[in-house]
Ligand binder design. Structure first.
Ligand SMILES: [Zn+2]
Length: 203
């Protein structure tokens, strides 16, 4: 506690000029600290369904309870990715080292006409954390697709584990495209909310 108090005092002193606390210097300090979290701003934009924003923020923080994490916490399960059935399931594998999830994301990137991008979630996050990602329309919809993809891959994973149902990767791609298009319709035509909510029922 004493250390944090000294840090705070040092910070305040560094923002003093001619005996006066300069608030703009303090603001600049916190603005710079906040840059590392600018991806949260990108994730919480209107182009995403709220549940996709929430899930994308969780994915960015690696909060999904993947099998490797459950094993670490003492809940032992055989670790095998239910999507590709080839490798162990961990966050890095699921988003998007897995042959199944990487196919889904590559198809979405092709749909967005962004063929040459990486398929690593950490790289995607780094990209959307840029200022351009918050301001440019295409980047906002790209973030929308990323949120829907992370959500739908986790959903497919859970459906396979808990219901025993499996879908081909192109089914998941179509579902992501549908959700993103409906969201686009809602954001651009909010007066049609009733019809859109009806269309989204069950999604
Ligand atoms: Zn896999």
């Amino acid at each position: 506690m004493a250390g944090s108090g000294n840090n705070a005092q040092g910070l305040l002193q560094s923002c003093v000029r001619k005996g006066k606390l300069r608030l703009h210097l303090l603001y600049d300090h916190f603005r710079q600290c906040g840059n590392t979290l600018s991806w949260t701003k990108a994730a919480w934009n209107r182009a995403l369904l709220p549940k996709h924003s929430f899930f994308l923020v969780m994915a960015m923080q690696r909060k999904q309870a993947t099998i490797d994490q459950l094993n670490i916490r003492g809940l032992y399960m055989v670790n095998r990715c239910i999507l590709c059935k080839m490798d162990n399931e961990c966050h890095k594998h699921l988003f998007f080292q897995c042959s199944y999830s990487s196919m889904v994301w590559r198809q979405i990137l092709t749909w967005l006409n962004m063929h040459n991008r990486t398929v690593k979630l950490s790289k995607e996050i780094h990209w959307i954390a840029g200022r351009r990602a918050c301001k440019h329309l295409k980047a906002r919809w790209y973030t929308s697709c990323l949120g829907a993809t992370v959500y739908c891959i986790w959903e497919e994973r859970n459906t396979r584990i808990f219901s025993g149902q499996e879908h081909r990767f192109d089914y998941v791609v179509k579902r992501i495209q549908y959700l993103v298009k409906v969201r686009l319709l809602y954001v651009t035509h909010p007066s049609k909310e009733g019809e859109i909510v009806e269309a989204l029922d069950g999604c």
